[in-house]
Design a protein. Structure first.
Length: 202
């Protein structure tokens, strides 16, 4: 009876050791899979952000960064602005709009509407919140591009960078290539593992 009691722990220890050996590879595999999934998710988010900044303007939406402080404190420099299509007749005083300036055809201006005409033609008076005076020229309805729907502080710097040639490569091309390489590497690794297993089995 004493002999059996002495042997029992040895058997249990042996079993625990085998279980530990079987568990460690499984744990490492799960950790590797989680790392792979997280990496893919991060690169996908970066690439999605880059694509949204470049593609959404073609759908009437503007995702861009504020480049000046004229709308402070509502929109600080570097804020990310999300603006969508709008019917000019539905714009109300107090709305923040993005419009094309006749003297600056390559740039858009983001200011608040402080007045509008009640008779045709429809014109808007705009002003930056931080500016002491209204913009010198009224904005025709045809020049209204979008109405600001939301903003996020600081993230606008990323949008400004993404719109540069280097930013496009870094945010869209590079993540796409990395994702493709990671997926191909995973596929080939799995094929090699299966081939090695079948060779050993044979």
């Amino acid at each position: 009876m004493i002999y059996c009691v002495e042997k029992q722990p040895a058997v249990l220890i042996g079993r625990c050791g085998n279980e530990r050996k079987r568990t460690m590879p499984v744990t490492k595999k799960l950790a590797a899979n989680m790392s792979f999934i997280v990496s893919i998710a991060v690169f996908c988010l970066v690439m999605l952000g880059g694509m949204l900044v470049h593609v959404m303007p073609h759908l009437g939406w503007i995702i861009d960064g504020v480049r000046s402080g004229s709308m402070s404190p509502a929109l600080e420099r570097g804020s990310l602005v999300i603006a969508g299509p709008v019917d000019p007749s539905g714009i109300a005083i107090g709305d923040i709009v993005i419009f094309r300036n006749e003297a600056m055809t390559d740039n858009y201006i983001c200011h608040r509407v402080i007045g509008k005409t009640l008779q045709p033609p429809l014109l808007f008076t705009t002003r930056g919140d931080a500016n002491p005076f209204a913009d010198p020229e009224p904005v025709p309805a045809a020049n209204i591009i979008a109405k600001v729907n939301a903003s996020v502080p600081v993230l606008g710097f990323a949008a400004i960078f993404i719109k540069t040639p280097v930013g496009f490569v870094v945010s869209v091309i590079v993540p796409g290539v990395i994702i493709a390489v990671m997926c191909l590497a995973t596929i080939f690794t799995e094929l090699f593992r299966k081939k090695s297993s079948s060779d050993h089995a044979g």
